[in-house]
Each structure stands twice: as C-alpha cells, then as structure tokens.
Design a protein around this ligand. Structure first.
Ligand code: PLP
Length: 396
C-alpha cells in the first residue's frame, strides 16, 4: 500500500497495482484478451451503456492499458487518461472528438511536423479552420478569439525550434473565454511540468519518447477530466481513429515509467551541459535551449518547470551544408528521428521530421533550413561532448 501523498517517483513505480493481490507477482501480468465474457446478457447491456464497470472489448479498455492509464493520470495530476497506439493517435483522437466543421482551432506558429500536416491536410479539409498565432504572448490569444474559436493547441516546448509557451498564461485566457486547451507535453513529461495543474483541459504525449524512454515502441496518451476522457475514449479512440495500444506495449511503457524521474534528471543535466558547450563553440551560430540564461524562454521556464528536458536545437555558422556534414560526422550520436531515448539522436528537421511543411511554410513558421535537432541521451556526458567536438572540428 503506498502512502496517500506518495511522491512522483513512488507513484511512477507503484500507483494502481497491488503486488499482494492475484498471483502475487511483483510486476503486473499482461492481459492479452481481445474480448471479455459478460456474466449475463443484462449485465453486458449495462456495461455497454456505461452503467456498470467492467471490460467488454480491448478497443475500449483492458486491464493492462487501464493500469497504465491510471498511473499516467496520477503522474499528470489528471482525473483520467486514455492510452493510444502512438502520439499522433492521441492527438487525432482528442481533436476529432472536440472539433466539428465550422469550428476554429488556434495554435502556435510552430508544431511537430505531423501535427502540422494533420491540421493542414486533415482538419482544414474537413471544414475546420486552423489559425497560427504567436502564443508566446498570452495577450495574442485574447486578441484573436473569434465567435467560432473552440480551442487552443500548443506544445509546451515547440518541436523543433524550442519556443516556450507560458502554459498558465494561455490557459487562463482560454478559460475566461470558455474555450478548451490541448497541450502536447512530450518534450517535458509530467516530471518536469504538469499542464493540468496550470489550467489545461487536456494533455497529450507521444509516449514513444521519454515516458517509455527506450525507443522500442510507439504509444500515446490523452489525460484530462473523467468526463472529457470518457468522450475521447468512446468517440475519438473507439469510433474515429481505432488507435489502440497493445497490452504488451502498455506493459513496456509501465516499465519505462519506473525510471522516468531518474532519466529526466540525467537528460536535464546533460542537455544543460551540452547546450552551454555548444553556445561557446565557434562553429555554432545559435543554440536554442531555454535552460540557457539569455534564451527567450528562460524566464518562463524557470517559473513553470523543474527543468528543460533533453532536447536542444542549434544552427551552425555555415548553415545547412555544415549542418548535414555535422550529422554525417557524428559517430556516437545516432542519426535518427525521435527523441527521449537512452541513445543520443540527431536529425535535420527541414529534410526529415518537418519536411511536411513546404519550404515557404518552414520560413513562415520559424524553422530554418540549417536547424539541427539533438536529443541528448543518457551516455557519459564526456563521451557525448567528445563526439560533438570531433564532428564540429573545422566546421566554423
Ligand atoms: N508530438 C511531438 C512533440 C512529437 O515530437 C511527436 C513525434 O515525434 C509526436 C507528437 C507524435 O508522436 P508519435 O511518433 O508517437 O506518433
């Protein structure tokens, strides 16, 4: 039995599972059943109507995913959560639930590439207006809300250019105007920042990243109120996207969560050291990391988060050609998209994760062709720095 007021790391390891119950296994079993027996026809009907608890079919819920959902809700400070087959599954499931033709969604200038594509090639083609505004100043939201504006969507730190949003400031304006907020907290995790405690309605994650942390699965989560999550589960996930997480992958995310706080402390410390090293290197024109004093997001992040996470962006003095050469020279740091893994990863957003934007859109949305995204892993800091040093040598 864990204490009522158990801290983050304790809940990340124990919440929702009693090792003395059932078989007595220290770790929870993996429930692979796709469907569930119904004690009677009448009870089956009541379970379907939501009048009685109990599992019916794994697209709606299963004991393995339910345990992960309870644990993630506890960590996010939310009433409830629903897990999905990927981060994009989470984003699509919540937005298809909340938006209808004629509605407007306001969002920040910069978004992860596939979220941008979903908004522009998905939502817009179904009659939903999507408008980008500079959300770094919450006053811009106040000035831009129209009668058909239904909600606001943003990333706590924007992928890939590290813009920082004042979560409490934006959520406060949204709440006063009766519109909802969906916040992508992938870069920070609930260990570093909890948007719901700052007034957000829904939090989404690519659990593929830090939450699972080992680069061996795809997963997503939406957290929010009991009522809101029930809608997302029964419409967004069950009927609209079918984006379901397997019991095996739910088990792997539970395993990753046990070390989340330790991993994030190390990611924070190493990324901070790497960012300061890069900011002093003559081949580097600019480093984007809000843990650095002087970064435009420094003050807001010092106020709202426990750390800035493990992702850094940088531009080299000699632009895109040097950036691509830098990628090719790295030996320990692996050229790969994704982030939040134990391994340090590097990629070039303009030709990789953000090639979903046209070149004009990238210019308009603040993603330069020379930008490099580095996800600082858990290797020895000295080894990461040595690899960066040899790759940058002579590129200035
Ligand atoms: N949100 C952010 C900020 C991301 O970086 C990503 C993936 O890179 C996603 C959402 C999508 O997650 P997934 O790849 O798990 O679908």
């Amino acid at each position: 039995m864990i204490p009522r007021n158990a801290g983050f790391a304790t809940r990340a390891i124990h919440h929702g599972y009693d090792p003395y119950a059932g078989s007595g296994g220290l770790t929870p079993p993996i429930h692979v059943s796709s469907t569930y027996s119904l004690p009677s026809a009448a009870e089956g009907g009541r379970r379907f109507a939501g009048d009685e608890p109990g599992f019916v079919y794994s697209r709606i819920g299963n004991p393995s995913t339910a345990l992960l959902e309870a644990r993630l809700a506890s960590l996010e400070g939310a009433e409830a959560a629903v897990v999905t087959g990927s981060g994009m599954g989470a984003i699509c499931s919540v937005l298809w639930t909340l938006l209808r033709p004629g509605d407007e969604l306001l969002t920040d200038e910069t978004l992860y590439g596939c979220t941008f594509a979903y908004f522009h090639h998905g939502l817009r083609e179904f009659g939903i207006e999507v408008r980008h505004i500079d959300l770094r100043d919450p006053a811009n939201l106040e000035a831009n809300i129209r009668p058909n504006t239904r909600g606001v969507y943003f990333e706590t730190i924007a992928n890939p250019n590290m813009r920082v949003i004042d979560v409490a400031g934006v959520c406060d304006v949204a709440r006063r105007h009766g519109i909802w907020t969906v916040v992508d907290n992938t870069y920070l995790t609930p260990y570093l920042l909890r948007p719901i405690e700052l007034g957000a309605d829904y939090v989404v994650h690519s659990a593929t990243k830090y939450l699972s942390g080992h680069g061996d699965l795809l997963a997503g989560v939406v957290a929010g109120t009991q009522e809101g999550i029930s809608r997302v589960r029964l419409q967004g996930v069950k009927d609209f996207t079918g984006s379901v997480l397997s019991a095996y992958d739910a088990h792997q995310v539970l395993r990753g969560l046990k070390t989340l706080s330790l991993r994030m402390d190390r990611h924070n410390a190493s990324a901070m050291a790497v960012a300061s090293y890069l900011s002093r290197h003559p081949a580097v024109a600019r480093v984007f990391y809000p843990g650095l004093p002087g970064d435009p997001g420094f003050e807001v992040m010092s106020r709202q988060a426990r750390g800035c996470g493990g992702v850094i962006a940088l531009e080299l003095v000699r632009g895109q050609p040097a950036a691509l050469e830098f990628l090719d020279r790295l030996a320990l740091v692996i050229r790969a998209v994704s982030l939040g893994d134990c391994e340090s990863l590097v990629q070039h957003p303009a030709t990789m994760t953000h090639s979903t934007y046209t070149p004009e859109e990238r210019a308009q949305h603040g993603i330069s062709d020379g930008l490099v995204r580095l996800s600082v892993g858990l290797e020895e800091l000295e080894d990461i720095l040595a690899d960066l040093e040899q790759a940058l040598c002579g590129l200035g």
